[in-house]
Design a binder for this molecule. Structure first.
Ligand code: PLP
Length: 389
Protein backbone atom coordinates (compact mmCIF):
# COMPACT_ATOMS: atom_id res chain seq x y z
CA UNK A 1 0.00 0.00 0.00
CA UNK A 2 1.20 3.50 -0.85
CA UNK A 3 1.75 5.75 2.17
CA UNK A 4 -0.09 9.06 1.91
CA UNK A 5 1.72 12.23 3.02
CA UNK A 6 0.60 13.41 6.49
CA UNK A 7 -1.43 16.65 6.23
CA UNK A 8 0.19 19.78 7.70
CA UNK A 9 -1.11 20.95 11.08
CA UNK A 10 -1.89 17.56 12.61
CA UNK A 11 -3.61 14.48 11.25
CA UNK A 12 -6.36 13.99 13.85
CA UNK A 13 -9.57 16.01 14.08
CA UNK A 14 -8.36 17.54 17.36
CA UNK A 15 -5.20 18.84 15.61
CA UNK A 16 -3.12 16.95 18.13
CA UNK A 17 0.49 16.00 17.45
CA UNK A 18 -0.20 12.63 19.13
CA UNK A 19 -0.85 9.45 17.18
CA UNK A 20 -4.60 8.91 17.41
CA UNK A 21 -4.74 5.33 18.77
CA UNK A 22 -6.43 5.69 22.15
CA UNK A 23 -10.12 5.91 23.00
CA UNK A 24 -10.30 8.77 25.51
CA UNK A 25 -12.96 10.11 27.83
CA UNK A 26 -13.59 13.85 28.01
CA UNK A 27 -12.02 14.42 31.43
CA UNK A 28 -8.59 16.06 31.50
CA UNK A 29 -6.91 15.61 34.89
CA UNK A 30 -4.67 18.46 35.99
CA UNK A 31 -3.91 17.28 39.52
CA UNK A 32 -4.81 14.43 41.81
CA UNK A 33 -4.46 13.43 45.42
CA UNK A 34 -5.41 10.17 47.12
CA UNK A 35 -8.58 8.94 45.41
CA UNK A 36 -9.58 12.35 43.99
CA UNK A 37 -8.80 13.68 40.52
CA UNK A 38 -9.22 17.37 39.67
CA UNK A 39 -10.10 18.11 36.05
CA UNK A 40 -9.23 21.18 33.95
CA UNK A 41 -12.77 22.56 34.32
CA UNK A 42 -12.42 22.45 38.13
CA UNK A 43 -14.64 19.39 38.62
CA UNK A 44 -13.49 16.69 41.07
CA UNK A 45 -13.87 12.98 40.37
CA UNK A 46 -13.73 9.98 42.66
CA UNK A 47 -11.27 7.60 41.03
CA UNK A 48 -12.30 3.94 40.83
CA UNK A 49 -10.12 3.54 37.72
CA UNK A 50 -6.75 4.30 39.35
CA UNK A 51 -4.97 5.18 36.11
CA UNK A 52 -5.68 1.66 34.89
CA UNK A 53 -4.72 -0.02 38.18
CA UNK A 54 -1.42 1.88 38.36
CA UNK A 55 -2.09 4.45 41.13
CA UNK A 56 -1.89 1.64 43.67
CA UNK A 57 -1.37 3.83 46.76
CA UNK A 58 -3.46 6.73 45.49
CA UNK A 59 -2.34 9.82 43.63
CA UNK A 60 0.70 11.76 44.83
CA UNK A 61 1.26 9.54 47.86
CA UNK A 62 3.58 11.64 50.08
CA UNK A 63 6.04 8.77 50.66
CA UNK A 64 6.35 8.09 46.93
CA UNK A 65 6.78 11.79 46.12
CA UNK A 66 9.50 12.11 48.77
CA UNK A 67 11.22 8.87 47.68
CA UNK A 68 11.29 9.96 44.05
CA UNK A 69 12.62 13.40 44.92
CA UNK A 70 15.37 12.03 47.18
CA UNK A 71 16.42 9.32 44.73
CA UNK A 72 16.42 11.72 41.75
CA UNK A 73 18.61 14.18 43.67
CA UNK A 74 21.08 11.46 44.70
CA UNK A 75 21.33 9.18 41.64
CA UNK A 76 18.98 9.79 38.71
CA UNK A 77 19.89 6.89 36.44
CA UNK A 78 22.32 4.01 36.04
CA UNK A 79 21.98 0.84 33.94
CA UNK A 80 22.37 -2.82 34.82
CA UNK A 81 26.02 -2.54 33.78
CA UNK A 82 26.76 -1.45 37.35
CA UNK A 83 25.59 -2.82 40.72
CA UNK A 84 23.22 -0.64 42.76
CA UNK A 85 22.34 -0.99 46.41
CA UNK A 86 18.80 0.34 45.83
CA UNK A 87 18.25 -2.31 43.11
CA UNK A 88 19.42 -5.10 45.45
CA UNK A 89 17.13 -3.80 48.20
CA UNK A 90 14.11 -3.59 45.88
CA UNK A 91 14.74 -7.10 44.57
CA UNK A 92 15.16 -8.57 48.06
CA UNK A 93 11.95 -6.86 49.29
CA UNK A 94 9.94 -8.00 46.29
CA UNK A 95 11.17 -11.58 46.66
CA UNK A 96 10.32 -11.58 50.38
CA UNK A 97 6.85 -10.19 49.51
CA UNK A 98 6.23 -12.76 46.74
CA UNK A 99 5.42 -16.47 46.98
CA UNK A 100 7.97 -18.72 48.64
CA UNK A 101 10.01 -20.50 45.95
CA UNK A 102 10.48 -17.54 43.60
CA UNK A 103 13.98 -16.41 44.48
CA UNK A 104 15.23 -14.12 41.70
CA UNK A 105 13.83 -11.04 40.01
CA UNK A 106 14.52 -9.18 36.78
CA UNK A 107 13.19 -5.63 36.57
CA UNK A 108 11.94 -4.33 33.22
CA UNK A 109 9.73 -1.40 32.17
CA UNK A 110 6.22 -2.68 31.52
CA UNK A 111 3.84 -5.59 31.80
CA UNK A 112 4.28 -6.68 28.19
CA UNK A 113 8.05 -6.64 28.56
CA UNK A 114 7.79 -8.72 31.73
CA UNK A 115 5.68 -11.32 29.88
CA UNK A 116 7.99 -11.23 26.87
CA UNK A 117 10.92 -12.11 29.15
CA UNK A 118 9.02 -14.74 31.12
CA UNK A 119 8.14 -16.49 27.86
CA UNK A 120 11.73 -16.22 26.69
CA UNK A 121 12.93 -17.86 29.93
CA UNK A 122 10.41 -20.68 29.43
CA UNK A 123 11.62 -21.27 25.86
CA UNK A 124 15.29 -21.11 26.93
CA UNK A 125 14.66 -23.62 29.72
CA UNK A 126 12.50 -26.12 27.84
CA UNK A 127 13.71 -25.79 24.20
CA UNK A 128 10.05 -26.29 23.17
CA UNK A 129 7.88 -24.20 20.84
CA UNK A 130 4.25 -24.10 22.05
CA UNK A 131 2.47 -22.03 24.70
CA UNK A 132 -0.98 -22.69 26.14
CA UNK A 133 -3.04 -19.62 27.01
CA UNK A 134 -6.61 -18.90 28.10
CA UNK A 135 -9.69 -17.44 26.48
CA UNK A 136 -10.10 -13.91 27.80
CA UNK A 137 -6.39 -13.59 28.64
CA UNK A 138 -4.61 -10.28 28.05
CA UNK A 139 -0.81 -10.20 28.26
CA UNK A 140 0.29 -7.10 26.33
CA UNK A 141 0.86 -5.77 22.82
CA UNK A 142 4.45 -6.74 22.01
CA UNK A 143 5.04 -9.65 19.61
CA UNK A 144 5.19 -12.56 22.07
CA UNK A 145 2.87 -11.15 24.76
CA UNK A 146 0.24 -10.38 22.12
CA UNK A 147 0.59 -13.83 20.56
CA UNK A 148 -0.75 -15.33 23.81
CA UNK A 149 -3.45 -12.65 24.18
CA UNK A 150 -6.98 -13.71 23.25
CA UNK A 151 -8.43 -11.92 20.22
CA UNK A 152 -5.08 -10.44 19.12
CA UNK A 153 -5.81 -11.36 15.48
CA UNK A 154 -7.98 -8.19 15.34
CA UNK A 155 -4.99 -5.89 16.00
CA UNK A 156 -1.78 -7.99 15.90
CA UNK A 157 -0.44 -6.41 12.64
CA UNK A 158 2.80 -8.43 12.64
CA UNK A 159 2.88 -10.72 9.58
CA UNK A 160 3.59 -13.88 11.61
CA UNK A 161 3.31 -15.09 15.18
CA UNK A 162 6.62 -16.01 16.81
CA UNK A 163 5.65 -19.48 18.15
CA UNK A 164 2.73 -21.93 18.27
CA UNK A 165 -0.09 -21.26 20.70
CA UNK A 166 -3.17 -23.12 21.90
CA UNK A 167 -6.01 -21.15 23.49
CA UNK A 168 -8.21 -23.12 25.91
CA UNK A 169 -11.58 -22.11 27.41
CA UNK A 170 -11.43 -20.14 30.66
CA UNK A 171 -11.13 -22.15 33.88
CA UNK A 172 -11.65 -25.48 32.09
CA UNK A 173 -9.44 -28.16 33.66
CA UNK A 174 -10.37 -30.82 31.08
CA UNK A 175 -9.52 -28.54 28.14
CA UNK A 176 -6.20 -27.60 29.70
CA UNK A 177 -5.36 -31.26 30.30
CA UNK A 178 -6.13 -32.07 26.65
CA UNK A 179 -3.92 -29.22 25.43
CA UNK A 180 -0.88 -30.40 27.39
CA UNK A 181 1.89 -32.48 25.84
CA UNK A 182 5.68 -32.64 25.77
CA UNK A 183 5.97 -29.75 23.29
CA UNK A 184 4.48 -27.17 25.69
CA UNK A 185 7.06 -24.68 26.92
CA UNK A 186 4.63 -22.79 29.15
CA UNK A 187 1.09 -22.25 30.30
CA UNK A 188 0.38 -18.56 30.89
CA UNK A 189 -2.54 -17.56 33.11
CA UNK A 190 -3.87 -14.40 34.77
CA UNK A 191 -5.19 -15.82 38.07
CA UNK A 192 -7.74 -12.99 37.98
CA UNK A 193 -8.32 -11.87 34.40
CA UNK A 194 -8.39 -8.08 34.20
CA UNK A 195 -9.36 -7.18 30.65
CA UNK A 196 -12.00 -9.94 30.58
CA UNK A 197 -13.84 -8.06 33.34
CA UNK A 198 -12.20 -9.08 36.65
CA UNK A 199 -12.84 -12.78 36.23
CA UNK A 200 -11.19 -15.02 38.80
CA UNK A 201 -9.91 -18.50 37.97
CA UNK A 202 -11.01 -21.16 40.45
CA UNK A 203 -8.43 -22.55 42.85
CA UNK A 204 -9.17 -26.02 41.37
CA UNK A 205 -8.12 -24.76 37.94
CA UNK A 206 -4.93 -23.10 39.19
CA UNK A 207 -3.97 -26.19 41.23
CA UNK A 208 -4.63 -28.39 38.19
CA UNK A 209 -2.54 -26.04 36.02
CA UNK A 210 0.29 -26.42 38.54
CA UNK A 211 0.07 -30.22 38.49
CA UNK A 212 -0.33 -30.54 34.72
CA UNK A 213 2.65 -28.26 33.97
CA UNK A 214 4.75 -30.18 36.48
CA UNK A 215 3.77 -33.51 34.86
CA UNK A 216 4.76 -32.18 31.40
CA UNK A 217 7.91 -30.35 32.61
CA UNK A 218 6.40 -27.11 31.25
CA UNK A 219 6.70 -23.75 32.97
CA UNK A 220 3.66 -22.23 34.69
CA UNK A 221 3.56 -18.44 34.27
CA UNK A 222 1.22 -16.30 36.37
CA UNK A 223 0.63 -12.91 34.77
CA UNK A 224 -0.04 -10.71 37.79
CA UNK A 225 0.55 -7.46 35.94
CA UNK A 226 -2.92 -6.31 36.95
CA UNK A 227 -3.94 -8.58 39.83
CA UNK A 228 -0.60 -8.54 41.71
CA UNK A 229 1.04 -6.29 44.31
CA UNK A 230 -1.67 -6.33 46.95
CA UNK A 231 -4.62 -5.78 44.64
CA UNK A 232 -6.35 -9.05 45.59
CA UNK A 233 -5.88 -8.35 49.30
CA UNK A 234 -2.89 -10.72 49.29
CA UNK A 235 0.67 -9.91 48.19
CA UNK A 236 0.05 -11.78 44.94
CA UNK A 237 -2.88 -13.89 43.76
CA UNK A 238 -0.44 -16.83 43.88
CA UNK A 239 -0.47 -16.54 47.67
CA UNK A 240 -4.25 -16.03 47.78
CA UNK A 241 -4.70 -19.35 45.92
CA UNK A 242 -1.74 -21.13 47.51
CA UNK A 243 -0.30 -22.01 44.08
CA UNK A 244 3.28 -21.05 43.22
CA UNK A 245 4.11 -20.70 39.51
CA UNK A 246 7.62 -21.04 38.03
CA UNK A 247 7.51 -17.47 36.74
CA UNK A 248 5.39 -14.56 37.95
CA UNK A 249 5.15 -11.28 36.05
CA UNK A 250 3.99 -8.00 37.53
CA UNK A 251 3.93 -4.28 36.65
CA UNK A 252 1.19 -1.57 36.81
CA UNK A 253 1.08 -0.52 40.50
CA UNK A 254 4.47 -1.99 41.39
CA UNK A 255 6.08 1.46 41.63
CA UNK A 256 2.81 3.32 42.23
CA UNK A 257 2.89 5.12 38.87
CA UNK A 258 6.53 5.06 37.79
CA UNK A 259 7.08 2.68 34.83
CA UNK A 260 8.40 -0.68 35.99
CA UNK A 261 7.75 -4.36 35.44
CA UNK A 262 9.26 -7.45 37.02
CA UNK A 263 9.66 -11.14 36.39
CA UNK A 264 9.98 -13.28 39.53
CA UNK A 265 11.74 -16.54 38.76
CA UNK A 266 12.00 -19.88 40.54
CA UNK A 267 15.42 -20.99 41.73
CA UNK A 268 15.39 -23.86 39.24
CA UNK A 269 14.69 -21.68 36.17
CA UNK A 270 17.05 -18.95 37.39
CA UNK A 271 19.85 -21.51 37.24
CA UNK A 272 19.20 -22.08 33.52
CA UNK A 273 19.49 -18.40 32.51
CA UNK A 274 22.94 -17.01 31.78
CA UNK A 275 24.59 -13.62 31.33
CA UNK A 276 23.53 -12.07 28.03
CA UNK A 277 20.34 -14.15 27.66
CA UNK A 278 18.11 -11.18 28.62
CA UNK A 279 18.62 -7.43 28.77
CA UNK A 280 17.13 -3.93 29.11
CA UNK A 281 18.49 -0.37 29.18
CA UNK A 282 16.00 1.43 31.41
CA UNK A 283 14.81 -1.55 33.47
CA UNK A 284 15.98 -1.59 37.12
CA UNK A 285 17.00 2.08 37.11
CA UNK A 286 17.45 3.62 40.57
CA UNK A 287 14.23 5.66 40.60
CA UNK A 288 12.04 2.70 39.64
CA UNK A 289 13.79 0.53 42.24
CA UNK A 290 13.47 3.14 45.01
CA UNK A 291 9.74 3.33 44.32
CA UNK A 292 9.30 -0.46 44.22
CA UNK A 293 10.90 -0.62 47.65
CA UNK A 294 8.66 2.18 48.96
CA UNK A 295 5.48 0.57 47.55
CA UNK A 296 6.27 -2.88 48.95
CA UNK A 297 7.00 -1.29 52.36
CA UNK A 298 3.49 0.21 52.39
CA UNK A 299 1.78 -3.12 51.65
CA UNK A 300 1.84 -4.40 55.23
CA UNK A 301 -0.74 -6.86 56.63
CA UNK A 302 -2.99 -3.96 57.73
CA UNK A 303 -3.11 -2.55 54.19
CA UNK A 304 -3.91 -6.00 52.74
CA UNK A 305 -6.68 -6.48 55.33
CA UNK A 306 -8.01 -3.02 54.37
CA UNK A 307 -8.17 -4.12 50.70
CA UNK A 308 -10.21 -7.19 51.66
CA UNK A 309 -12.52 -5.09 53.84
CA UNK A 310 -13.14 -2.53 51.06
CA UNK A 311 -13.76 -5.39 48.64
CA UNK A 312 -16.37 -6.90 51.00
CA UNK A 313 -18.05 -3.50 51.36
CA UNK A 314 -18.31 -3.10 47.57
CA UNK A 315 -19.71 -6.62 47.25
CA UNK A 316 -22.32 -6.03 49.93
CA UNK A 317 -23.40 -2.51 48.91
CA UNK A 318 -22.92 -2.09 45.16
CA UNK A 319 -25.35 -4.71 43.83
CA UNK A 320 -27.86 -1.91 43.22
CA UNK A 321 -29.32 0.01 40.25
CA UNK A 322 -28.04 -1.61 37.03
CA UNK A 323 -25.58 -3.93 38.86
CA UNK A 324 -26.71 -7.55 38.98
CA UNK A 325 -23.55 -9.21 40.30
CA UNK A 326 -20.06 -8.38 41.60
CA UNK A 327 -17.17 -10.59 40.43
CA UNK A 328 -13.40 -10.63 40.89
CA UNK A 329 -11.16 -10.41 43.93
CA UNK A 330 -9.95 -7.70 46.31
CA UNK A 331 -9.97 -4.37 44.52
CA UNK A 332 -9.99 -5.87 41.03
CA UNK A 333 -13.76 -6.15 40.71
CA UNK A 334 -16.25 -6.36 37.88
CA UNK A 335 -19.77 -4.99 38.26
CA UNK A 336 -21.98 -7.00 35.92
CA UNK A 337 -24.61 -4.64 34.55
CA UNK A 338 -28.06 -5.16 33.07
CA UNK A 339 -27.47 -2.16 30.76
CA UNK A 340 -24.38 -1.79 28.54
CA UNK A 341 -21.40 -0.94 30.76
CA UNK A 342 -20.55 2.12 28.69
CA UNK A 343 -23.93 3.69 29.55
CA UNK A 344 -23.37 2.97 33.24
CA UNK A 345 -19.85 4.47 33.02
CA UNK A 346 -21.25 7.62 31.39
CA UNK A 347 -23.94 7.90 34.09
CA UNK A 348 -21.29 7.49 36.80
CA UNK A 349 -19.18 10.20 35.15
CA UNK A 350 -22.04 12.68 35.34
CA UNK A 351 -22.06 11.86 39.08
CA UNK A 352 -18.30 12.55 39.18
CA UNK A 353 -17.12 8.96 39.51
CA UNK A 354 -14.58 7.39 37.15
CA UNK A 355 -14.42 3.62 36.62
CA UNK A 356 -13.09 1.32 33.91
CA UNK A 357 -14.58 -0.60 31.04
CA UNK A 358 -13.50 -4.14 30.11
CA UNK A 359 -13.59 -6.58 27.22
CA UNK A 360 -17.06 -7.63 28.42
CA UNK A 361 -19.64 -5.03 27.27
CA UNK A 362 -21.68 -5.72 30.41
CA UNK A 363 -18.93 -5.33 33.00
CA UNK A 364 -17.77 -2.11 34.67
CA UNK A 365 -14.28 -2.67 36.04
CA UNK A 366 -13.21 -1.25 39.40
CA UNK A 367 -9.44 -0.93 39.86
CA UNK A 368 -9.20 1.88 42.42
CA UNK A 369 -6.25 2.88 44.58
CA UNK A 370 -5.95 0.49 47.54
CA UNK A 371 -6.27 3.46 49.93
CA UNK A 372 -9.97 3.74 49.08
CA UNK A 373 -12.11 4.50 52.15
CA UNK A 374 -15.58 3.40 53.24
CA UNK A 375 -17.03 6.83 52.37
CA UNK A 376 -15.82 6.40 48.77
CA UNK A 377 -17.51 3.00 48.47
CA UNK A 378 -20.70 4.47 49.92
CA UNK A 379 -20.59 7.29 47.34
CA UNK A 380 -20.26 4.69 44.56
CA UNK A 381 -23.17 2.63 45.92
CA UNK A 382 -25.35 5.73 46.19
CA UNK A 383 -24.49 6.86 42.63
CA UNK A 384 -25.24 3.38 41.26
CA UNK A 385 -28.58 3.26 43.07
CA UNK A 386 -29.64 6.43 41.18
CA UNK A 387 -28.92 4.87 37.76
CA UNK A 388 -31.78 3.10 36.00
CA UNK A 389 -31.40 -0.66 35.62
N1 PLP B 1 -0.82 -8.31 31.45
C1 PLP B 1 -1.97 -7.89 32.00
C2 PLP B 1 -2.77 -8.83 32.84
C3 PLP B 1 -2.43 -6.58 31.77
O1 PLP B 1 -3.59 -6.19 32.30
C4 PLP B 1 -1.65 -5.72 30.97
C5 PLP B 1 -2.09 -4.34 30.69
O2 PLP B 1 -3.23 -3.97 30.86
C6 PLP B 1 -0.44 -6.20 30.44
C7 PLP B 1 -0.06 -7.49 30.70
C8 PLP B 1 0.42 -5.31 29.60
O3 PLP B 1 1.04 -4.37 30.42
P1 PLP B 1 1.69 -3.05 29.81
O4 PLP B 1 0.59 -2.22 29.25
O5 PLP B 1 2.40 -2.42 30.99
O6 PLP B 1 2.65 -3.49 28.76
Amino acid sequence: MQLEPVPQGGASPEHSALLDVFHQIAVEPVSAEGVTIRARDGAEYLDFYGGHAVALLGHSHPTLVRTLHEQASRLFFQTNAVPLEVRERAAAKLIAFGPVGLTRVMFVNSGAEANENALRIAFLATKRDRVVCLEGGFHGRTAAAAAVTDGHDKWYAFPNEPFRTTTVPFDDVGALASAMSEDVAAVIVEPVQGMAGARSCSSEFLSAARQLTRDCCSALIFDEVQCGVGRTGYPFAAQAFGVTPDLLTTAKGLAGGFPVGAVLVSDQLAGLVHKGDLGTTFGAGPMACALVEAVVDQLDPDMLAHVRAMSDRIRSSCCVGPVTEVQGMGLLLGLRTSRPAKEVLAALRTRHILAGSSGDPHVVRLIPPLVLQESHVDALASALSEIES
